[in-house]
Design a protein around this ligand. Sequence first.
Ligand SMILES: [Zn+2]
Length: 72
Amino acid sequence: MARIRRCPICKNPLPEGEGAARYRPFCSKRCAEIDLGKWLTGSYAIPATEEESEDEEEGGTPKPAADTPLSH
Ligand SMILES: [Zn+2]
């Protein structure tokens, strides 16, 4: 039961041979450059989306104290 390593970019089995081994763990120079491009653009490790509505206040707008009875 041979375990086939696959290229993480194109999912193809890695080719055997010394010429292809230099691009491990990728199958070719092209896939290695694609992976490098992902790192450079920041879309590989850094999450692109962030939650923005985190500091939404409860209670909302502060209203003037008009409904408090003045007469005592
Ligand atoms: Zn590949």
